[in-house]
Design a protein around this ligand. Structure first.
Ligand code: PRP
Ligand code: URA
Length: 206
C-alpha cells in the first residue's frame, strides 16, 4: 500500500490544529474541513493520469490534456460528507456515490445502512472520511467497492491512527492512502488520540 501523509504541509497542519481545538464550533469546523479538503484535493489531483487532446484557443489549435479516468468521489457517511464539497468544488465533473457505515459505540464494529454508487469499473475512486481509527469502516467500504473492478482506489483521511493504517495496509495493499496527519494511537473506546473527538458530531452539531 502506498501512503502519503502531509506533516510537512504548513497550511494544512495549521488548519488541522484549528479543527482539533475543542473551542472550534460546528460551523467553523465544517468550514475548515472544507478548506482542508480543497488543499488535499489540489495535491492528490496533481498526480492523476492524463491523456492528450487538442484545444482551439482564439488564436490557434494546440496540444492540451484531459484527465484519463472517470473520477468517482465516495464520502463515507456521515463525516465524509464534510469533505465532499471541497473535492467536488475542484472536480465538479466527478460522479458521487454514498456509503453509509456507522460504528457501533460498544463493539466498534461497522454497521452498514446505505449504499448507492455509480458504475465503478475502470474509474478512479476516492473514498472520503476525515477519520481513520480502527479501520473497520474503511475496510467495509473497500469490500463493497473493490469487487466492481475500479481502475484505482484512494482513501483520503484528515487524521489517521497507526492501528487503522496497519489494518488497511495488510488487507488492501493495492489501495493508496492519503492522510493529513498520523496521530499517536487509539484510546480504549476506539477514539484517536489526540484526535479531534467525533468528527460527525462536530461537523453537524449533533
Ligand atoms: C466515524 C468516522 C469514520 C469512523 C472511523 O464515523 O467518520 O467513518 O468513525 O472509525 P473506524 O476507523 O474505527 O471505523 P462514525 O461511525 O462515528 O459515524 P458518523 O460519521 O455518522 O458520526
Ligand atoms: N471516529 C471519529 O469521529 N473520531 C475518532 O477519534 C474515531 C472514530
Amino acid at each position: 500500500m502506498k501512503i502519503k501523509s502531509y506533516e510537512k504541509h504548513a497550511l494544512l497542519q495549521a488548519k488541522i490544529t484549528a479543527l482539533r481545538s475543542k473551542d472550534t464550533p460546528p460551523p467553523i469546523f465544517a468550514r475548515i474541513l472544507h478548506e482542508i479538503s480543497l488543499i488535499l484535493c489540489a495535491d492528490i489531483s496533481a498526480s492523476l493520469a492524463l491523456q492528450s487532446c487538442k484545444v482551439e484557443t482564439p488564436l490557434q489549435t494546440t496540444q492540451g490534456f484531459k484527465l484519463r479516468h472517470r473520477l468517482v468521489l465516495i464520502p463515507i457517511l456521515r463525516a465524509g460528507l464534510g469533505m465532499l464539497s471541497g473535492f467536488h468544488a475542484l472536480l465538479p465533473e466527478a460522479a458521487v456515490g454514498h456509503i453509509g457505515v456507522e460504528r457501533d459505540h460498544d463493539t466498534l464494529q461497522p454497521r452498514f445502512y446505505y449504499y448507492k454508487v455509480p458504475p465503478l469499473a475502470g474509474s478512479e475512486i476516492w473514498l472520503l472520511d476525515p477519520m481513520l481509527a480502527t479501520g473497520g469502516s474503511l475496510e467495509f467500504a473497500l469490500q463493497k467497492i473493490l469487487p466492481q473492478k475500479p481502475e484505482r482506489v484512494r482513501a483520503v483521511s484528515v487524521i489517521a491512527a497507526p492501528e487503522g493504517i496497519r489494518r488497511i495496509r495488510k488487507k488492501f495493499p493495492q489501495v493508496f492512502l492519503h492522510v493529513g496527519v498520523i496521530d499517536k494511537k487509539l484510546n480504549d473506546h476506539g477514539y484517536i488520540l489526540p484526535g479531534l473527538g467525533d468528527a460527525g458530531d462536530r461537523c453537524f452539531g449533533t
